[in-house]
Design a protein around this ligand. Structure first.
Ligand code: HEM
Length: 414
Protein backbone atom coordinates (compact mmCIF):
# COMPACT_ATOMS: atom_id res chain seq x y z
CA UNK A 1 0.00 0.00 0.00
CA UNK A 2 1.53 3.33 -0.97
CA UNK A 3 -1.18 5.74 0.17
CA UNK A 4 0.14 9.23 0.88
CA UNK A 5 -0.33 10.47 4.42
CA UNK A 6 -2.40 13.64 4.24
CA UNK A 7 -3.28 15.20 7.56
CA UNK A 8 -6.25 17.37 6.74
CA UNK A 9 -6.68 20.30 9.09
CA UNK A 10 -9.55 19.90 11.49
CA UNK A 11 -12.85 20.80 9.87
CA UNK A 12 -14.04 23.53 12.26
CA UNK A 13 -11.93 26.58 11.42
CA UNK A 14 -11.75 27.66 15.07
CA UNK A 15 -9.89 25.92 17.92
CA UNK A 16 -11.82 23.11 19.62
CA UNK A 17 -11.03 23.93 23.21
CA UNK A 18 -12.27 27.49 23.56
CA UNK A 19 -14.19 28.70 26.62
CA UNK A 20 -17.54 27.85 25.04
CA UNK A 21 -16.46 24.23 24.55
CA UNK A 22 -16.18 23.56 28.26
CA UNK A 23 -19.66 24.79 29.04
CA UNK A 24 -21.19 23.08 25.99
CA UNK A 25 -18.97 20.79 23.89
CA UNK A 26 -21.91 19.37 21.92
CA UNK A 27 -22.10 21.90 19.04
CA UNK A 28 -18.39 21.26 18.34
CA UNK A 29 -18.94 17.51 18.46
CA UNK A 30 -21.88 17.86 16.05
CA UNK A 31 -19.72 19.88 13.66
CA UNK A 32 -17.03 17.20 13.74
CA UNK A 33 -19.50 14.35 13.24
CA UNK A 34 -21.13 16.02 10.29
CA UNK A 35 -17.94 17.31 8.64
CA UNK A 36 -16.52 13.81 8.16
CA UNK A 37 -15.63 10.54 9.86
CA UNK A 38 -12.02 11.39 10.76
CA UNK A 39 -10.13 14.63 11.46
CA UNK A 40 -6.56 15.56 12.24
CA UNK A 41 -6.09 17.98 15.14
CA UNK A 42 -2.81 19.62 16.12
CA UNK A 43 -4.52 20.77 19.29
CA UNK A 44 -4.45 17.45 21.05
CA UNK A 45 -1.19 16.01 22.34
CA UNK A 46 0.82 17.60 19.55
CA UNK A 47 -1.35 15.93 16.89
CA UNK A 48 -4.03 13.23 16.89
CA UNK A 49 -6.81 11.75 14.79
CA UNK A 50 -10.30 12.46 16.10
CA UNK A 51 -13.28 10.15 15.72
CA UNK A 52 -16.70 11.50 16.68
CA UNK A 53 -19.25 9.06 15.24
CA UNK A 54 -20.73 6.30 17.39
CA UNK A 55 -19.91 3.43 15.01
CA UNK A 56 -16.27 4.56 14.64
CA UNK A 57 -15.67 5.12 18.35
CA UNK A 58 -17.09 1.70 19.17
CA UNK A 59 -15.21 -0.15 16.44
CA UNK A 60 -11.82 1.41 17.31
CA UNK A 61 -12.23 0.44 20.98
CA UNK A 62 -12.97 -3.15 19.91
CA UNK A 63 -10.19 -3.39 17.30
CA UNK A 64 -6.83 -4.89 18.33
CA UNK A 65 -5.06 -2.85 15.61
CA UNK A 66 -5.50 0.10 17.98
CA UNK A 67 -3.30 -0.36 21.03
CA UNK A 68 -4.11 0.76 24.57
CA UNK A 69 -0.38 1.44 25.17
CA UNK A 70 -0.37 5.21 25.03
CA UNK A 71 1.19 6.67 28.16
CA UNK A 72 4.58 7.28 26.55
CA UNK A 73 3.18 10.04 24.37
CA UNK A 74 1.63 11.92 27.24
CA UNK A 75 4.81 11.93 29.18
CA UNK A 76 7.20 12.49 26.34
CA UNK A 77 5.40 15.41 24.72
CA UNK A 78 6.57 17.46 27.66
CA UNK A 79 10.21 17.92 26.59
CA UNK A 80 11.34 19.59 29.77
CA UNK A 81 9.70 17.00 31.97
CA UNK A 82 11.08 14.06 30.01
CA UNK A 83 13.85 12.97 32.37
CA UNK A 84 11.96 13.75 35.54
CA UNK A 85 8.88 11.84 34.50
CA UNK A 86 10.56 8.50 34.06
CA UNK A 87 9.23 7.20 37.38
CA UNK A 88 5.71 8.25 36.44
CA UNK A 89 5.92 6.54 33.08
CA UNK A 90 7.38 3.35 34.56
CA UNK A 91 4.52 3.03 37.00
CA UNK A 92 1.54 4.32 35.03
CA UNK A 93 2.35 2.32 31.90
CA UNK A 94 1.96 -0.91 33.90
CA UNK A 95 -1.71 -0.23 34.78
CA UNK A 96 -4.03 -2.57 32.87
CA UNK A 97 -5.89 0.36 31.32
CA UNK A 98 -2.71 0.95 29.28
CA UNK A 99 -1.83 -2.65 28.44
CA UNK A 100 -2.73 -4.93 25.54
CA UNK A 101 -3.30 -8.70 25.56
CA UNK A 102 -1.90 -10.93 26.90
CA UNK A 103 -0.77 -8.81 29.90
CA UNK A 104 -4.09 -6.98 30.00
CA UNK A 105 -6.11 -10.23 29.96
CA UNK A 106 -3.95 -11.75 32.70
CA UNK A 107 -4.41 -8.82 35.11
CA UNK A 108 -8.07 -8.23 34.28
CA UNK A 109 -8.90 -11.87 35.07
CA UNK A 110 -7.51 -11.35 38.59
CA UNK A 111 -9.69 -8.31 39.27
CA UNK A 112 -12.88 -9.43 37.52
CA UNK A 113 -14.15 -11.56 40.41
CA UNK A 114 -14.00 -8.59 42.78
CA UNK A 115 -16.53 -6.74 40.60
CA UNK A 116 -19.18 -9.46 40.20
CA UNK A 117 -22.76 -8.76 41.29
CA UNK A 118 -22.62 -10.86 44.46
CA UNK A 119 -19.31 -9.28 45.54
CA UNK A 120 -20.85 -5.80 45.14
CA UNK A 121 -24.18 -6.44 46.88
CA UNK A 122 -22.55 -6.27 50.29
CA UNK A 123 -21.71 -2.61 49.64
CA UNK A 124 -25.35 -1.53 49.25
CA UNK A 125 -26.22 -1.16 52.97
CA UNK A 126 -23.03 0.79 53.88
CA UNK A 127 -23.49 3.08 50.86
CA UNK A 128 -27.11 3.79 51.85
CA UNK A 129 -25.99 4.52 55.39
CA UNK A 130 -23.22 6.88 54.26
CA UNK A 131 -25.54 8.80 51.93
CA UNK A 132 -27.89 9.41 54.86
CA UNK A 133 -25.04 10.43 57.15
CA UNK A 134 -23.40 12.76 54.64
CA UNK A 135 -26.66 14.59 53.95
CA UNK A 136 -28.01 14.52 57.50
CA UNK A 137 -30.16 17.57 58.17
CA UNK A 138 -28.90 19.62 55.22
CA UNK A 139 -31.44 21.70 53.31
CA UNK A 140 -29.04 23.93 51.36
CA UNK A 141 -25.68 22.50 50.37
CA UNK A 142 -23.02 22.11 47.70
CA UNK A 143 -23.77 18.61 46.44
CA UNK A 144 -20.20 18.12 45.14
CA UNK A 145 -18.66 18.85 48.49
CA UNK A 146 -21.32 17.21 50.62
CA UNK A 147 -21.67 13.94 48.75
CA UNK A 148 -20.36 13.60 45.17
CA UNK A 149 -16.72 13.94 46.27
CA UNK A 150 -16.59 12.07 49.58
CA UNK A 151 -18.85 9.12 48.75
CA UNK A 152 -16.97 7.64 45.74
CA UNK A 153 -13.66 7.99 47.64
CA UNK A 154 -15.19 6.07 50.55
CA UNK A 155 -16.64 3.39 48.27
CA UNK A 156 -13.26 2.90 46.60
CA UNK A 157 -11.70 2.67 50.07
CA UNK A 158 -14.23 -0.05 51.03
CA UNK A 159 -13.51 -1.95 47.83
CA UNK A 160 -9.77 -1.81 48.40
CA UNK A 161 -9.93 -2.48 52.13
CA UNK A 162 -8.59 0.92 53.14
CA UNK A 163 -9.37 2.10 56.67
CA UNK A 164 -11.21 5.41 56.82
CA UNK A 165 -8.48 7.18 58.73
CA UNK A 166 -6.08 6.76 55.82
CA UNK A 167 -8.09 8.38 53.08
CA UNK A 168 -7.29 12.02 53.45
CA UNK A 169 -4.96 12.72 50.48
CA UNK A 170 -6.79 10.79 47.77
CA UNK A 171 -8.79 13.73 46.51
CA UNK A 172 -5.64 15.85 46.06
CA UNK A 173 -3.65 13.03 44.38
CA UNK A 174 -6.54 12.30 42.10
CA UNK A 175 -6.99 15.97 41.18
CA UNK A 176 -3.32 16.16 40.13
CA UNK A 177 -3.60 13.05 37.97
CA UNK A 178 -6.85 14.25 36.39
CA UNK A 179 -5.36 17.67 35.59
CA UNK A 180 -2.39 16.02 33.86
CA UNK A 181 -4.40 13.41 31.95
CA UNK A 182 -6.99 16.01 30.98
CA UNK A 183 -4.46 18.53 29.63
CA UNK A 184 -4.38 18.31 25.84
CA UNK A 185 -1.07 20.21 25.91
CA UNK A 186 0.72 19.26 29.06
CA UNK A 187 3.14 21.47 30.97
CA UNK A 188 6.13 20.53 33.14
CA UNK A 189 4.24 21.91 36.12
CA UNK A 190 1.22 19.63 35.62
CA UNK A 191 3.44 16.69 34.80
CA UNK A 192 5.58 17.10 37.90
CA UNK A 193 2.56 17.44 40.16
CA UNK A 194 1.04 14.30 38.66
CA UNK A 195 4.29 12.45 39.16
CA UNK A 196 4.60 13.60 42.79
CA UNK A 197 1.04 12.46 43.48
CA UNK A 198 1.45 9.13 41.74
CA UNK A 199 4.61 8.49 43.74
CA UNK A 200 2.79 9.46 46.95
CA UNK A 201 0.08 6.96 46.03
CA UNK A 202 2.76 4.38 45.44
CA UNK A 203 4.30 4.94 48.89
CA UNK A 204 0.86 4.77 50.42
CA UNK A 205 0.10 1.44 48.75
CA UNK A 206 3.53 0.02 49.63
CA UNK A 207 2.63 0.42 53.28
CA UNK A 208 -0.90 -0.86 52.84
CA UNK A 209 0.41 -3.92 51.01
CA UNK A 210 2.80 -4.70 53.85
CA UNK A 211 -0.10 -4.62 56.32
CA UNK A 212 -2.36 -6.64 54.04
CA UNK A 213 0.27 -9.36 53.60
CA UNK A 214 0.09 -9.96 57.36
CA UNK A 215 -3.71 -9.71 57.55
CA UNK A 216 -5.42 -10.43 54.21
CA UNK A 217 -9.07 -9.48 53.77
CA UNK A 218 -11.87 -9.70 51.23
CA UNK A 219 -10.79 -6.72 49.13
CA UNK A 220 -9.09 -5.92 45.82
CA UNK A 221 -5.62 -5.38 47.29
CA UNK A 222 -5.75 -8.81 48.97
CA UNK A 223 -6.96 -10.30 45.69
CA UNK A 224 -3.93 -8.81 43.89
CA UNK A 225 -1.62 -10.17 46.61
CA UNK A 226 -3.08 -13.67 46.22
CA UNK A 227 -2.43 -13.40 42.48
CA UNK A 228 1.12 -12.25 43.22
CA UNK A 229 1.70 -15.40 45.34
CA UNK A 230 0.25 -17.51 42.52
CA UNK A 231 2.61 -15.80 40.04
CA UNK A 232 -0.23 -14.19 38.00
CA UNK A 233 0.65 -10.61 38.93
CA UNK A 234 4.24 -9.41 39.32
CA UNK A 235 5.41 -7.84 42.58
CA UNK A 236 6.51 -4.23 42.64
CA UNK A 237 5.50 -1.81 39.88
CA UNK A 238 2.90 -4.07 38.27
CA UNK A 239 1.00 -4.64 41.49
CA UNK A 240 1.29 -1.04 42.68
CA UNK A 241 0.18 0.35 39.33
CA UNK A 242 -3.12 -1.55 39.50
CA UNK A 243 -3.83 -0.18 42.99
CA UNK A 244 -3.15 3.44 42.01
CA UNK A 245 -5.11 3.15 38.76
CA UNK A 246 -8.15 1.55 40.43
CA UNK A 247 -8.40 4.23 43.04
CA UNK A 248 -8.11 7.01 40.48
CA UNK A 249 -10.37 5.41 37.84
CA UNK A 250 -13.14 4.80 40.35
CA UNK A 251 -13.08 8.13 42.14
CA UNK A 252 -12.71 10.78 39.46
CA UNK A 253 -15.41 9.30 37.23
CA UNK A 254 -18.10 8.43 39.75
CA UNK A 255 -18.11 11.79 41.46
CA UNK A 256 -18.69 13.42 38.08
CA UNK A 257 -21.52 11.01 37.29
CA UNK A 258 -23.23 11.93 40.57
CA UNK A 259 -22.78 15.67 40.02
CA UNK A 260 -23.72 15.61 36.32
CA UNK A 261 -26.71 13.42 37.14
CA UNK A 262 -28.16 15.70 39.78
CA UNK A 263 -27.50 18.78 37.65
CA UNK A 264 -29.25 17.38 34.59
CA UNK A 265 -32.17 15.87 36.56
CA UNK A 266 -32.86 19.10 38.44
CA UNK A 267 -32.62 21.14 35.28
CA UNK A 268 -35.45 18.94 33.93
CA UNK A 269 -37.81 19.27 36.94
CA UNK A 270 -40.67 17.45 35.23
CA UNK A 271 -38.42 14.39 34.88
CA UNK A 272 -37.24 14.67 38.52
CA UNK A 273 -40.89 14.67 39.57
CA UNK A 274 -41.73 11.80 37.29
CA UNK A 275 -38.94 9.76 38.88
CA UNK A 276 -40.56 10.33 42.26
CA UNK A 277 -43.84 8.93 40.96
CA UNK A 278 -42.19 6.14 38.98
CA UNK A 279 -39.00 5.03 40.79
CA UNK A 280 -38.77 2.02 38.48
CA UNK A 281 -37.43 4.46 35.88
CA UNK A 282 -34.31 5.09 37.96
CA UNK A 283 -32.12 2.48 36.23
CA UNK A 284 -32.95 3.96 32.81
CA UNK A 285 -32.48 7.51 34.17
CA UNK A 286 -28.93 6.78 35.37
CA UNK A 287 -28.06 5.29 31.98
CA UNK A 288 -29.52 8.33 30.23
CA UNK A 289 -27.39 10.63 32.42
CA UNK A 290 -24.33 8.62 31.40
CA UNK A 291 -25.23 9.03 27.74
CA UNK A 292 -26.21 12.69 27.95
CA UNK A 293 -23.31 14.03 30.09
CA UNK A 294 -20.66 11.33 29.93
CA UNK A 295 -18.18 11.65 32.83
CA UNK A 296 -15.42 10.38 30.48
CA UNK A 297 -15.55 12.38 27.26
CA UNK A 298 -12.82 10.60 25.35
CA UNK A 299 -10.18 7.95 25.48
CA UNK A 300 -7.13 7.30 23.32
CA UNK A 301 -5.48 4.53 21.37
CA UNK A 302 -2.26 4.23 19.37
CA UNK A 303 -2.27 2.79 15.87
CA UNK A 304 -0.44 -0.55 16.24
CA UNK A 305 0.14 -1.16 12.54
CA UNK A 306 -0.12 1.05 9.42
CA UNK A 307 -3.74 0.96 8.23
CA UNK A 308 -6.39 2.91 6.30
CA UNK A 309 -9.50 4.21 8.03
CA UNK A 310 -12.26 5.85 5.96
CA UNK A 311 -9.74 6.22 3.14
CA UNK A 312 -7.26 7.96 5.42
CA UNK A 313 -3.88 6.25 5.89
CA UNK A 314 -2.85 6.10 9.55
CA UNK A 315 0.73 5.36 10.60
CA UNK A 316 1.88 3.02 13.33
CA UNK A 317 2.24 5.09 16.50
CA UNK A 318 -0.36 7.74 15.53
CA UNK A 319 -2.65 8.74 18.37
CA UNK A 320 -6.41 8.27 17.86
CA UNK A 321 -8.88 10.03 20.12
CA UNK A 322 -12.25 8.30 20.41
CA UNK A 323 -14.70 11.05 21.39
CA UNK A 324 -17.18 9.16 23.57
CA UNK A 325 -19.07 12.36 24.44
CA UNK A 326 -19.64 13.01 20.72
CA UNK A 327 -20.59 9.40 19.96
CA UNK A 328 -23.25 9.53 22.68
CA UNK A 329 -25.03 12.35 20.82
CA UNK A 330 -24.76 10.84 17.35
CA UNK A 331 -28.13 11.11 15.57
CA UNK A 332 -27.17 8.03 13.54
CA UNK A 333 -27.45 6.06 16.78
CA UNK A 334 -29.96 7.97 18.96
CA UNK A 335 -33.20 9.68 17.97
CA UNK A 336 -33.18 13.35 19.08
CA UNK A 337 -29.81 12.85 20.78
CA UNK A 338 -29.71 16.31 22.40
CA UNK A 339 -32.92 15.61 24.28
CA UNK A 340 -32.55 14.31 27.83
CA UNK A 341 -35.18 11.60 28.29
CA UNK A 342 -35.28 9.21 31.25
CA UNK A 343 -37.61 6.86 29.38
CA UNK A 344 -35.07 6.34 26.60
CA UNK A 345 -33.51 2.90 26.35
CA UNK A 346 -29.99 3.82 25.24
CA UNK A 347 -28.83 0.18 24.89
CA UNK A 348 -25.14 -0.55 25.27
CA UNK A 349 -23.41 2.55 26.57
CA UNK A 350 -20.13 3.84 25.18
CA UNK A 351 -19.70 5.91 28.37
CA UNK A 352 -18.00 2.87 29.92
CA UNK A 353 -15.97 2.18 26.78
CA UNK A 354 -16.28 -1.02 24.72
CA UNK A 355 -14.25 -4.10 23.92
CA UNK A 356 -11.53 -5.60 26.14
CA UNK A 357 -11.06 -2.44 28.25
CA UNK A 358 -14.75 -1.83 28.93
CA UNK A 359 -15.04 -0.38 32.42
CA UNK A 360 -14.61 -3.03 35.09
CA UNK A 361 -16.38 -0.79 37.62
CA UNK A 362 -19.56 -0.21 35.58
CA UNK A 363 -21.76 -2.45 37.76
CA UNK A 364 -20.49 -0.81 40.94
CA UNK A 365 -21.05 2.66 39.50
CA UNK A 366 -24.61 1.95 38.36
CA UNK A 367 -25.45 0.50 41.77
CA UNK A 368 -23.90 3.45 43.63
CA UNK A 369 -25.66 6.03 41.46
CA UNK A 370 -29.04 4.32 41.89
CA UNK A 371 -28.62 4.29 45.66
CA UNK A 372 -27.68 7.98 45.72
CA UNK A 373 -30.45 9.22 43.42
CA UNK A 374 -33.01 6.89 45.04
CA UNK A 375 -32.15 8.33 48.46
CA UNK A 376 -32.18 11.92 47.18
CA UNK A 377 -35.57 11.49 45.51
CA UNK A 378 -37.09 10.23 48.74
CA UNK A 379 -35.46 12.72 51.09
CA UNK A 380 -35.46 15.78 48.85
CA UNK A 381 -38.61 15.77 46.70
CA UNK A 382 -38.43 19.56 46.37
CA UNK A 383 -34.73 19.92 45.60
CA UNK A 384 -33.82 22.84 43.31
CA UNK A 385 -30.71 24.21 41.66
CA UNK A 386 -29.43 27.42 43.25
CA UNK A 387 -27.54 28.46 40.07
CA UNK A 388 -29.08 28.23 36.66
CA UNK A 389 -25.63 28.09 34.99
CA UNK A 390 -23.67 24.90 35.75
CA UNK A 391 -20.07 25.43 36.90
CA UNK A 392 -18.10 22.98 34.76
CA UNK A 393 -14.58 22.28 35.97
CA UNK A 394 -13.08 22.63 32.47
CA UNK A 395 -11.32 19.28 32.11
CA UNK A 396 -11.77 17.99 28.53
CA UNK A 397 -11.62 14.30 29.53
CA UNK A 398 -13.37 14.25 32.90
CA UNK A 399 -16.54 16.25 32.41
CA UNK A 400 -17.78 17.33 35.79
CA UNK A 401 -18.81 20.20 38.01
CA UNK A 402 -16.62 22.04 40.48
CA UNK A 403 -19.63 23.00 42.63
CA UNK A 404 -23.36 22.25 42.56
CA UNK A 405 -25.28 24.35 45.08
CA UNK A 406 -28.79 22.99 45.70
CA UNK A 407 -31.65 23.87 48.02
CA UNK A 408 -34.64 21.98 49.33
CA UNK A 409 -37.67 24.28 49.16
CA UNK A 410 -39.41 23.88 52.47
CA UNK A 411 -43.22 23.94 52.17
CA UNK A 412 -44.71 26.99 53.92
CA UNK A 413 -46.49 26.10 57.19
CA UNK A 414 -50.25 26.68 57.09
C1 HEM B 1 -19.19 6.98 36.12
C2 HEM B 1 -18.27 6.12 36.42
C3 HEM B 1 -17.29 5.55 35.45
C4 HEM B 1 -17.08 5.84 34.12
C5 HEM B 1 -17.84 6.82 33.24
C6 HEM B 1 -15.98 5.01 33.68
C7 HEM B 1 -15.50 4.99 32.39
C8 HEM B 1 -14.56 4.12 31.92
C9 HEM B 1 -14.15 4.00 30.55
C10 HEM B 1 -14.65 4.86 29.39
C11 HEM B 1 -13.21 3.02 30.48
C12 HEM B 1 -12.51 2.51 29.23
C13 HEM B 1 -11.30 3.32 28.91
C14 HEM B 1 -10.61 2.87 27.65
O1 HEM B 1 -11.06 1.96 26.96
O2 HEM B 1 -9.58 3.49 27.33
C15 HEM B 1 -13.01 2.53 31.83
C16 HEM B 1 -12.11 1.56 32.17
C17 HEM B 1 -11.85 1.23 33.47
N1 HEM B 1 -12.54 1.63 34.59
FE1 HEM B 1 -14.12 2.85 34.65
N2 HEM B 1 -15.53 4.27 34.73
C18 HEM B 1 -16.31 4.56 35.83
C19 HEM B 1 -16.19 4.02 37.09
C20 HEM B 1 -15.24 3.14 37.48
C21 HEM B 1 -15.10 2.57 38.79
C22 HEM B 1 -16.04 2.85 39.96
C23 HEM B 1 -13.99 1.79 38.76
C24 HEM B 1 -13.35 0.99 39.84
C25 HEM B 1 -13.93 0.58 40.91
C26 HEM B 1 -13.45 1.85 37.43
C27 HEM B 1 -12.32 1.21 37.01
C28 HEM B 1 -11.95 1.07 35.70
C29 HEM B 1 -10.81 0.28 35.27
C30 HEM B 1 -9.88 -0.50 36.17
C31 HEM B 1 -10.75 0.39 33.89
C32 HEM B 1 -9.74 -0.28 32.96
C33 HEM B 1 -10.30 -1.58 32.51
C34 HEM B 1 -9.38 -2.30 31.57
O3 HEM B 1 -8.39 -1.74 31.12
O4 HEM B 1 -9.65 -3.48 31.30
N3 HEM B 1 -14.23 2.67 36.66
N4 HEM B 1 -13.86 3.21 32.68
Amino acid sequence: MSAVLVRQPLSPSRPIFDAAFFSDPYPTYAELREAGPIHWSEEMFGGAWLLARHADVESVLRDARFSAQRTGGWVMQSQQARGELRAFQQLFARAMLFLDAPDHTRIRSVLNAGFRGEALQRFVPPIERRVDELLAGATEFDFMQALAQPLPAEVMAMLMGIASIDRCDFAAWSADLAAFIGATETSPYLAQRAQASLLAMRRYFEQLIQRRRLAPGDDLVSRLLQAESAGTVQSGAELLAQCAMLLFAGYETTRNLLGNGLQVLLSHPEQWQRLQREPDLLTAAVREVLRYESPVQYTGRRVATDLVLHGQPLRRGDLVIALIGAANRDPRRYAQPDRFDITRRPGDLLSFGAGPHVCIGAGLTLMEAEVVFGRLLRRYPRLHLVDTEPRWSGNPVYRGLSTLPVRQIVAAAR
